[in-house]
Design a protein around this ligand. Structure first.
Ligand SMILES: Nc1ncnc2c1ncn2[C@@H]1O[C@H](COP(=O)(O)OP(=O)(O)O)[C@@H](O)[C@H]1O
Ligand SMILES: [Mg+2]
Length: 465
């Protein structure tokens, strides 16, 4: 889209060009036509009149003003008692202005409206428009050609002059003049003079119309631009709201896990304290766990807000095995409550990767909880295996379960935010995990295991590769 500033420049250039053309044309036409029309004693008067009108027309660009100049000049130069200007506006003929000589002065009326047979000789105006030839009558009501015209019959004007207004090959309108008292008022010299005036007025009026069209187009473009701008602002607001919604959903989901851990640990701590004698060591361990979970919830909120703000991720070199061991300890109490056992493989050593420790722990906790939940319907042998290995240039983390597996028809939807098959599921875990792994340059996939269950795998680039 063109910027408004450029539009204005284009517009100003077009406007200047049209004004130049207008003035130049009027001067040219004036010189050519003045010589052609003026002959005999009225020559000087004619040249002066045309000169005055040319100047007047050239110094205005409002159609209303131009119409007034034309009608005044026409009535004055021709000695007409009444005149009217019919213009073609968007394909429709319209009585645009009329003028009348009242007590020696000209009164111009500009109330555009339909031109009817009560106001003008419709058949005469149409004939002039069609043939583009002027018609002059010395005694109109005696003319057989227009004996049928309702206006001429009722108004009985004596002299009538009707001229086409054309610019190049374009018909701009029709000028109608009458004198109700004098026969033969419009002499050949006056007709010639009026033709010159008409051709100059046609030029000025058409230029003014094009000018207005340009202004209208310019305004239309400005309106469209404004609409587009506000639509974009709406879209921006909507996508920010959307991002807020996602942030809230993500936080609710991710913080849910440490909160549940706090709950479970608090119940366990009370149980240890209610024993007699109370087991202080176990209770202390549970309270420590509560503290760790609360700190974790804070960490998750902090990291998710940074992610929503699209802040540069704070990656550091970390030991993935250590982070995974810690994550499994964080869910231990919850897995216990679900009667799920967890086996760790390949986590004893040290595996350096670059990343955000809290986010990577979120991923593995989501995968472990999904695995555990998939085995809810199983009566026994609820086993999970969390393993870490190196494959070529990537570090590979897998979570295997013995659960319900994934139906092929939903496999492609698992990463969609809010997609869930669980009654109280949120459908955010895999969507969040997917975007975290993605930001770490890795891949997250879920696949069917041979026999029973699902394997969730995520990879991370190996350091130094
Ligand atoms: N280990 C798995 N076994 C079977 N289905 C799974 C497993 N992990 C994820 N799914 C499927 O993917 C869906 C989306 O998972 P997730 O994004 O974590 O949301 P939620 O756990 O809240 O449903 C689950 O509802 C479930 O249908
Ligand atoms: Mg889940």
């Amino acid at each position: 889209m063109t910027a408004p500033a450029t539009l204005n420049v284009q517009y100003a250039q077009a406007h200047r060009r049209m004004t130049e053309l207008n003035t130049q044309n009027l001067v040219d036409t004036f010189e050519a036509d003045a010589h052609a029309c003026a002959a005999g004693p009225e020559q000087d008067q004619g040249i002066q009149a045309v000169s005055r009108i040319s100047e007047a027309l050239a110094s205005h660009d409002k159609p209303e003003r131009l119409m007034e100049i034309l009608l005044r000049a026409a009535l004055e130069s021709a000695g007409a008692g009444q005149g009217a200007l019919v213009l073609l506006r968007s394909g429709v003929w319209q009585l645009s202005a009329s003028a009348q000589m009242i007590n020696g002065s000209i009164v111009v009326k500009q109330e555009p409206g339909p031109f009817t047979r009560h106001l003008l000789p419709v058949s005469l105006v149409h004939a002039v428009a069609r043939t583009r030839e002027g018609v002059a009558m010395d005694d109109a009501h005696a003319s057989p050609a227009y004996a049928q015209d309702a206006y001429l019959r009722s108004k009985c004007p004596r002299s009538v002059l009707c001229l086409p207004l054309t610019r190049a090959s374009t018909l701009v309108g029709v000028l109608y003049l009458e004198n109700t008292e004098v026969r033969g008022a419009f002499t050949a010299a006056k007709q010639a003079l009026l033709k010159v005036i008409a051709s100059q007025a046609a030029f000025a009026l058409e230029t003014a119309r094009l000018h207005e069209e340009l202004v209208e187009q310019n305004q239309q473009r400005a309106r469209t631009e404004e609409q587009l701008r506000s639509a974009l602002a709406d879209l921006d607001r909507a996508s920010r709201l959307n991002a807020m919604g996602e942030l809230v959903a993500s936080i609710v989901h991710e913080v849910g896990q440490p909160l549940a851990a706090v709950d479970t640990s608090a119940i366990a701590a009370l149980r240890w304290l209610n024993r007699s004698p109370p087991d202080i060591d176990e209770a202390r361990a549970m309270l420590t766990h509560i503290g760790v979970s609360a700190a974790r919830a804070r960490g998750i909120i902090h990291s998710m807000r940074a992610k929503a703000r699209k802040a540069e991720p704070q990656f550091a070199t970390l030991d993935l095995c250590n982070a995974l061991r810690e994550a499994s300890a964080l869910v231990a109490v919850q897995l216990d409550a679900l009667k799920v056992s967890l086996e760790l493989r390949g986590l004893n050593g040290c595996m350096q990767v670059r990343g955000d420790r809290i986010q990577l722990q979120q991923v593995v906790i989501n995968l472990l909880m999904n695995g555990a939940e998939s085995m809810a319907a199983r009566d026994s042998d609820r086993r999970l295996v969390l393993a870490c290995s190196i494959q070529d240039d990537v570090v590979c983390v897998t979570v295997d379960d013995l659960g319900s597996g994934i139906a092929p028809e939903i496999a492609h939807r698992l990463h969609e935010p809010l997609f869930t098959t669980k009654e109280s599921g949120m459908g955010m875990g895999l969507a969040i995990s997917h975007s975290i792994v993605d930001a770490h340059g890795g891949k997250l996939t879920l696949s069917a295991r041979e026999g029973v269950g699902t394997r969730a795998t995520f990879t991370l680039p190996r350091l130094g590769y």
